[in-house]
Design a protein around this ligand. Structure first.
Ligand SMILES: NC(=O)c1ccc[n+]([C@@H]2O[C@H](COP(=O)([O-])OP(=O)(O)OC[C@H]3O[C@@H](n4cnc5c(N)ncnc54)[C@H](O)[C@@H]3O)[C@@H](O)[C@H]2O)c1
Ligand SMILES: [Zn+2]
Length: 361
């Protein structure tokens, strides 16, 4: 049997299935679908086009860049798809990471007001995190993820064989989001991740699969009750309030999941300073969970705090005067506050160098 375990996601739009595959044979069923169009990440195609993906003929090759997550790329896809397949029974199968997911998902949700879409995530971040949750996002001008829709794929198939070709930094980007989900999952989930972490970093296949499944089930528990992100789902933004501002300040030169790791370190610092997280717990989390997945040398990385503040002011989720922040508190209780001040932000950024120096990072 090739399917190891499936997961059904409940959605207000349509329920959908995530399957875990030990080999690529399932692709044959997809290539046989009527009016199927494949959209493949250009890097995935050059690495896997003549091997894993050789049964695919005539795919649309999608150029990949963060700037490419735009309406222009969606228009490019509309044009390609319209020349390749008839409307009736059309299925789009997209293969790639979070960028491919966002562009094809948006396209699939808008063409003919929604066409059938199957997603094969190929990055660790997409397999362990972004492939569920039904969000599609595009950047607009300087605004990140400003445009979007809620549109789940009709099915997600996870084949971890793709991960072998991932660049180190992209792999660690996924690890950052996995660690975030473990912390949100609570103490037991965090301990389980810590116990597997070294082997997951070494890409040991069974452990990687366990960790992906653990991460997805934690995320599932947060999205099913609050698909449209009006409450509980906000907690998944842990690490992202600072993380998005960091990405903005360094012009996306740091991978998303790595910015999120730095964002969690900073959020924990705010929580410690506010007295809601014991310094010893923050320290423990830092050394056992966060620093092991941080590939950025923070001693070499200087952040322009004015740019960070500018980035935080652009936060879509900001409502009042203060900055919103998701914090981990004692006993792994997560909370969202809305009153983080500019001086708190400046203080924790100033302390960042010291914090990692103490760790000998
Ligand atoms: N829609 C959502 O819910 C959601 C959630 C989180 C993140 N995102 C978005 O996802 C994006 C980040 O996703 P990502 O980290 O997957 O990035 P990505 O899609 O940019 O992929 C990272 C790099 O890896 C390459 N790649 C993909 N698969 C590969 C493979 N198997 N082997 C070798 N190289 C491969 C890509 O070409 C790219 O260069 C961001 O734009 C972010 O906003 C969306
Ligand atoms: Zn994220």
């Amino acid at each position: 049997v090739s399917v190891t375990k499936n997961m059904t996601l409940k959605s207000n739009i349509r329920d959908y299935e995530v399957t875990f595959q030990d080999n690529i044979d399932f692709l044959n069923d997809l290539t046989c679908l009527p009016n199927v169009v494949f959209v493949v990440d250009q890097n995935v195609w050059s690495l896997h086009g003549s091997s894993t993906l050789k049964s695919i003929t005539n795919p649309i090759i999608l150029p990949i860049s963060e700037e490419g997550k735009s309406l222009a790329s969606v228009e490019f896809l509309y044009d390609q798809v319209l020349t390749l397949a008839a409307k009736k029974n059309m299925t789009i199968v997209s293969i790639g990471g979070g960028i491919t997911q966002d562009i094809t998902g948006f396209m699939a949700s808008t063409l003919y007001r929604g066409i059938k879409w199957v997603f094969l995530p190929t990055t660790l971040l997409a397999q362990a995190d972004s492939c569920i949750g039904a969000k599609t996002s595009l950047n607009y001008k300087k605004y990140k993820n400003l445009l979007g829709s809620f549109y789940p794929p009709h099915a997600v198939h996870i084949y971890t064989g793709f991960l072998s070709t991932l660049k180190e930094l992209d792999y660690f980007s996924g690890l950052g989001e996995m660690v975030k989900l473990a912390l949100i999952g609570g103490q037991a989930a965090s301990e389980a991740t810590i116990s597997r972490l070294e082997q997951v970093i070494q890409k040991q296949p069974d452990m990687v699969l366990d960790e992906i499944q653990a991460a997805l089930s934690i995320k599932k528990s947060y999205i099913e009750d609050d698909e449209f992100d009006s409450g509980r789902r906000n907690i998944l933004n842990y690490g992202h309030c600072f993380g998005h501002a960091i990405e903005f300040a360094v012009n996306y030169s740091i991978p998303h999941g790595q910015a999120v790791v730095i964002g969690m370190i900073l959020a924990n610092q705010v929580a410690t300073r506010r007295g809601v997280l014991a310094a010893s717990t923050a320290q423990d989390i830092l050394t056992r969970l966060l620093l092991p997945v941080l590939k950025i040398d923070l001693k070499q990385q200087v952040f322009d705090v004015d740019l960070i503040i500018e980035g935080m002011k652009q936060d879509k989720k900001r409502v009042g005067e203060g900055f919103p922040l998701i914090m981990l508190q004692n006993n792994f209780a997560m909370v969202k506050v809305l009153d983080v001040s500019e001086s708190e932000v400046r203080d924790v950024f100033l302390s960042l160098g010291e914090l990692v120096n103490d760790q000998g990072q």
